[in-house]
Design a protein around this ligand. Sequence first.
Ligand code: ADP
Ligand code: MG
Length: 140
Amino acid sequence: MSIERTLSIIKPDGVKRNLVGQILSRFEKAGLKIVATKMIYMSRREAEGFYAVHSARPFFGELCDFMCSGPVVVTCLEGQDAINKNRELMGATNPAQAAEGTIRKDFSLSIGENTVHGSDAVETAKVEIAYFFAETELVN
Ligand code: ADP
Ligand code: MG
């Protein structure tokens, strides 16, 4: 285990339902540090680029529409084993299969509107953080 950085996104359903504070608080309580955070409106193009790996999936259009349907909160988290720790806090993609006490189990509405995004590996985390934050925006 090493100190890692990961990208979290609180998706439009989470922001709309006033869950930003509660979700960021879960990260902090788990020992993850916020090294950058901001609220943005993702453009359709940004959403398509961010989820490019899923472009052939049947839900791609719906996913991109959803991600730019309202503001999102993008956050860079840092800590011991941050990538897996964040994925554990999030729970399974489908909230119906998410473990008790996870963000998706507690808050998510459906497999599409599942409240949070989290990077899944060191390489993707690097790309995803750089997608939204300049190096100078990340606190050391
Ligand atoms: P995760 O966000 O857990 O890493 P994926 O990378 O597999 O999950 O999928 C990216 C996002 O696409 C999911 O978080 C969810 O919003 C959406 N998604 C995934 N599978 C489906 C599906 N079967 N139907 C609708 N939306 C989906
Ligand atoms: Mg994913």
